[in-house]
Design a protein around this ligand. Structure first.
Ligand SMILES: [Zn+2]
Length: 383
């Protein structure tokens, strides 16, 4: 087993000796006597970085050894300079250590066990065994941030089997050998293999962005440090834009949006009642007709035209059409209780530059023709 330097999460550059260099289909697998590269594990992705300036494409653990995948070979016995991509590593350590604090506080406050953990570009998701309400989640967040402000040391140690039995720590696995414990004094003690920050102050702000019920427990979406800062900047920008648009103070935009929604609902109700009145007016004016008949109802929508036609076709013994002006032409709905409209639709569309169709008793579509041409066509059909 090669020596792991990432117990100190701040080692970002190291010198090591090449123990083995094996060519594979993907490239060269480099084994060093020691390394600060973290292989993927515990929900955290593998480190990125270089060996002698050559990119490391993957880092993984096999049979207790950590291998580095490169595209170039390194001679066995030579010394190499390893460099971790610090920007990526540090943000991951902020998020990861922040998750320890959140889960540690949830464990001590409410007895939650950590049942799942995933780090992605969207933040961290952490699953807890107990369903928590918003107030409990806020209390966890408050205490986790308090631990950040107290700048508590984050310690890594390896107790032996006997010592381990006497220690009460959080763990997903029932391991007894080479257990690596990570302690944030007063807040958390957890078995974990990943690199962490050295003091909680480095985590920066911890924000639980969302929480939801998940398999009887709670799923949280968390962002820490730079990620929380970026999230804050993006949301502050959105709030400022909404605030300016609504002419409302930033802290009052939620109420302003609610007021806007209420106003919209009121207007929608008024529009609906005006449309209803208008439709009722068209329908009340319909009279029994011998032959074809039509109505021009420019303010009617598709449903309105259908309703007029359903009423109108019972009052005429031919074809009844309802039309609403639309751009350079008309939308139409045509119905009949006596004529099969499928053949009529072809003639109608072809004569009036239209498109549309439907069932034998009702067709719908649009025409690019004048009102006079439409009336003329319907009258000509009666002869
Ligand atoms: Zn950890």
């Amino acid at each position: 087993m090669n020596e792991r330097l990432y117990d100190n999460g701040h080692i970002r550059q190291f010198e090591a000796t090449v123990i083995e260099c094996k060519e594979t289909e993907k490239g060269f697998l480099i084994l060093l006597d020691k390394t600060a590269f973290f292989p993927a594990g515990g929900g955290q992705a593998a480190d990125e970085g270089t060996l002698n300036g050559e990119k490391v494409y993957d880092v993984f653990e096999k049979n207790g050894n950590i291998y580095h995948l490169t595209k170039v070979s390194f001679e066995t016995g030579t010394s190499v300079l390893g460099e971790i991509d610090w920007d990526i590593r540090f943000v991951r350590m902020q998020n990861h250590t922040g998750e320890h604090l959140v889960c540690g506080v949830a464990h001590s406050l409410y007895g939650c066990e950590n049942t799942g953990f995933h780090m992605g570009t969207f933040g961290i998701t952490a699953d807890l065994s107990i369903l928590l309400d918003s107030q409990q989640v806020r209390e966890i967040e408050r205490l986790a941030n308090k631990a950040v402000f107290e700048n508590v040391p984050v310690k890594v140690f390896y107790p032996d089997e006997k010592q381990l039995k006497a220690i009460d720590y959080r763990s997903k696995l029932d391991l007894t050998e080479n257990v690596r414990l990570v302690e944030i004094e007063g807040y958390d003690l957890c078995a974990c293999c990943a690199p962490h920050v050295l003091n909680t102050g480095e985590i920066g702000m911890i924000k639980i962005l969302e929480h939801s019920s998940n398999r009887g427990g709670t799923r949280m979406l968390i962002k820490c440090g730079y990620d929380a800062y970026e999230d804050y900047c993006q949301k502050a920008q959105s709030v400022a834009a909404v605030s300016a648009s609504l002419c409302a103070r930033q802290e009052e935009i939620a109420q302003a949006v609610e007021a806007l929604k209420a106003e919209k609902a009121k207007l929608e109700f008024e529009i609906e009642s005006i449309k209803r009145q208008s439709l009722d007016k068209y329908i009340s004016r319909l009279k029994p007709t011998d032959g074809n008949a039509c109505v021009f109802a420019d303010d009617a929508d598709g449903d309105g035209l259908r309703e007029i036609v359903n009423a109108g076709k019972t009052l005429c013994n031919g074809i009844f059409g309802a039309f609403a002006a639309d751009g350079n032409g008309y939308r139409y709905c045509i119905g009949s209780n006596t004529v099969d409209l499928r053949a009529f639709a072809k003639d109608f569309n072809s004569a009036l530059n239209g498109r549309g169709g439907g069932r034998p008793e009702m067709i719908q579509g649009s025409v690019l023709s004048s009102k006079e041409d439409i009336i003329g066509f319907l009258q000509a059909q009666e002869q």
